[in-house]
Ligand binder design. Structure first.
Ligand code: AMP
Length: 442
């Protein structure tokens, strides 16, 4: 299908041509026509599927039909994190460059003065994190009576962060409107939300594409916990990696790895949810500009972050669930480039690794560092390599497990369901139990 067939107008098509996309992604093929028709949509899709454009393009068309009034935004996009909100605003600027729409971004941790000026004049698109919006709404600074389209992005992430009650409050304030809800999974609280607030929605399921992992060479490095820093530095040096994101599971681990690497002369920065927004913004800018080589990050950087040509991702710890693994490694190997993903695995993390192995249909190979690699049997003793080590030696592949045939997705009445199966590497329609786990932004 070509972009012309999606039903978009010339100004949007021109912007798409200027970005250089050749074809719509599956989510764009499905969601754009439905949203243009005015339908409510539930889209089960991951970051990297092209979902942001799939709601921005129809929104541009909808906004062309009217004008903004003071303090009454015409559309509302709710994002779980500040980074995602900023990124969506950046995408809107790219796709909407031939229109003249006003965008305000209201996120925690940033001064409100400039955004308030915009709001007073009238904004077409309001991009928010839930807490900040409710704060301003409760103080009477915003009226939501003119919202025509409501986008709830990354609903599963909202759930993890405890934002679903906020979303329900926001939805209850809105006048009749069109809703687009995006989520990687359909956990029960999200299902309930859609039943309460969406009108006869069409559900689209986009399986995680084989494409998402195709350009990523994935390796595990089996090391004792105490040798992880040395192993990390060895991988970065041996592989001559100019840049990488190093993911840790907790904020205090981010700080510890950051400190060690800094001491050892690497150009590093720490990135997690406890840092101020302005420091997070500065760090990201420096990383994108290349003045920082290694970003030591929590999962707050795992979704949506788009760093052009990032050559590698390293998991300093095995992520707690397969979904986080997919998101983390998806920061590399983007836009047709080849990326590498290394996961450092201590013997105590083998179980978590097995869980990830089961949900991929791709072989994760073992990368041996002669000095530090330990055997699988929990001995934590270094493995003696017989041959002279190459900088990269691949042995003993972790056995991939073919994706299981999964049960059909839970029925959400009363809506139709359309499924696009692009070749599954992820969870299929199965919703693993960990999706119900609650947590906080790390
Ligand atoms: P998202 O799922 O919104 O996070 O998008 C992931 C990436 O896909 C972004 O870097 C977009 O620039 C890119 N993208 C969106 N639509 C297309 C398309 N039709 N062709 C190629 N890349 C795209």
């Amino acid at each position: 299908m070509s972009f012309e067939h999606l039903g978009l107008t010339a100004k949007t098509l021109q912007a798409i041509a200027e970005v250089g996309y050749e074809f719509p992604t599956p989510i764009q093929e499905k969601a754009v026509p439905l949203l243009l028709e005015g339908r409510d949509v539930i889209a089960l899709a991951q970051t990297g599927s092209g979902k942001t454009a799939s709601f921005i393009w129809p929104l541009l068309e909808l906004l062309s039909r009217g004008r903004a009034k003071a303090r009454m935004p015409r559309s509302l996009i709710v994002e779980p994190t500040r980074e995602l909100a900023s990124q969506v605003a950046e995408d809107f600027a790219v796709y909407g460059k031939h229109f003249n729409f006003t965008v305000a971004v209201l996120i925690g941790g940033e001064s409100f003065v400039e955004q308030e000026k915009k709001l007073t004049k009238g904004v077409d698109v309001l991009i928010v994190t839930p807490g900040r919006l409710l704060d301003l709404y409760d103080r009477g600074k915003i009226l939501l009576n003119d919202v025509k389209m409501f986008v709830i992005d990354e609903a599963d992430r909202m759930l993890d962060m405890g934002f679903i009650p906020d979303i329900e409050r926001i939805a209850a304030f809105l006048p009749p409107h069109q809703t687009a809800l995006f989520s990687a999974t359909m956990a029960p609280p999200i299902q309930i939300l859609t039943q309460r607030f969406l009108r006869n929605p069409e559900q689209i399921t986009i399986m995680p594409s084989i494409e998402s992992g195709k350009n990523i060479e994935q390796y595990i490095v089996r090391v004792a916990e105490k040798n992880k820093i040395k192993a990390l530095e060895s991988v970065l040096k041996d592989q001559k990696l100019a840049q990488a994101i190093v993911f840790c599971n907790r904020k205090k681990e981010v700080d510890a790895v950051y400190k060690d690497m800094k001491q050892n002369g690497f150009k590093v920065a720490a990135f997690h949810g406890d840092l101020t927004q302005s420091s997070r913004n500065d760090t990201l800018k420096a990383f994108k500009e290349g003045t920082i080589d290694f970003l030591i990050a929590s999962d707050v950087a795992a979704r949506g972050l788009d760093v052009e040509d990032l050559p590698a991702v390293v998991n300093f710890h095995v992520p707690s669930n397969p979904e986080d693994y997919v998101h983390r490694i998806g920061r590399t190997g983007r836009a047709g480039k080849i990326g590498k993903a290394f996961t450092l695995v201590s013997p105590l993390e083998e179980k978590k690794l097995a869980l990830i192995g089961k949900s991929l249909d791709k072989i994760i190979e073992e990368y041996v560092i002669e000095k530090y690699t330990v055997s699988v049997d929990n001995s934590e003793k270094p493995v003696r390599a017989k041959r002279a080590p190459q900088s990269k030696k691949v042995v003993d592949p972790v056995k991939p497990v073919a994706p299981k045939k999964s049960p059909p997705p839970p029925k959400v009445n009363p809506q139709k369901s359309t499924s696009i199966d692009e070749g599954v590497i992820g969870f299929g329609d199965h919703i693993p139990s960990f999706m119900g786990i609650k947590g906080k932004e790390t």
